[in-house]
Design a protein around this ligand. Sequence first.
Ligand SMILES: NC(=O)c1ccc[n+]([C@@H]2O[C@H](COP(=O)([O-])OP(=O)(O)OC[C@H]3O[C@@H](n4cnc5c(N)ncnc54)[C@H](O)[C@@H]3O)[C@@H](O)[C@H]2O)c1
Length: 299
Amino acid sequence: MIVLEALRRGGANLAHRRGDAGLAVVQGDAAEPWGAALAAARRGALAGPVAAVIHLAAQIDVQRSLADPALDARENLVATLQAIDFASAEGARLVFASSAAVYGATDAAPTREESAQWPRSPYGIHKLAAEMHVRVAAQLRGLSAICLRFFNVYGPRQDPQSPYAGVIARFLRRALAGEALEIYGDGEQTRDFVYIDDVVSGVVAACERGPRDGSALNLGSGREHSVRELAERVLLATRSEVAVRRLPERRGELRRSRAEIQRAWEALSYAPRVGLDAGLARTVGWMLGAARTEGEGAR
Ligand SMILES: NC(=O)c1ccc[n+]([C@@H]2O[C@H](COP(=O)([O-])OP(=O)(O)OC[C@H]3O[C@@H](n4cnc5c(N)ncnc54)[C@H](O)[C@@H]3O)[C@@H](O)[C@H]2O)c1
């Protein structure tokens, strides 16, 4: 397997796989043609036909997309055009990581693939436009492709220090650091939190199965939890007693989010297995382990 990665954050989330036989991590910009960056790796031990391209690289900061839409277009739209070109040239299947952000203002819960799509940020607009390019390439170029709309993914190796880390990573980091959890508004807004292993199982299945015409499937847990309830569960998972503080409601925040996942089940046999409490426990275990390793490294 070849991973094309900008390595802007040092590729920390791949560090544990460095040196694996059959894995090459190549530094490169997904918004530039992929061939040159991948040629060297392909000349080496990893030579052979490319069966599938999993396109995950993205600028994922919604606020940054609002501040610099052109940069977001480059990283999320142009990069996907390069993925389409590469997969088409290789005769490979393309699996594109899209996002629930394409639904934007849609408050329909559960959200179905055909629910209205009104993205509210350049990030969501570019994910939706990228999906459309994938579909047109499937129609006109015979590309076998599928788009997967991830909901709120969480789990080990998510960067809790990142200013745009998801609410779970942020809550866990704060609870473990003894800092109050901060909830915007009444905390009754819901999200569909899906554990990383479940998303990975969907992505792996999509490399071999599912629609070939570039159409999109939701990958969520199919359940919704309020942010207030999440805070309570985080306190239990971390055995923390920090306060839960309310901040003013954020304008334009979605009230409800829950994926309808029936179609992913039918197409990919996608069936999320890790519930929220189990997922939180595993993530806390990883965070404590990572903190220990860092501490030992520092000694
Ligand atoms: N995490 C979520 O909840 C979530 C939800 C919906 C969709 N997604 C999508 O899933 C995918 C993975 O997201 P993630 O949460 O793992 O984010 P992440 O930031 O951890 O991973 C994205 C990776 O892409 C790399 N990258 C960014 N621009 C690049 C470029 N031009 N060239 C090469 N590499 C580049 C980054 O270095 C980073 O390692 C993204 O496409 C994201 O939009 C994630």
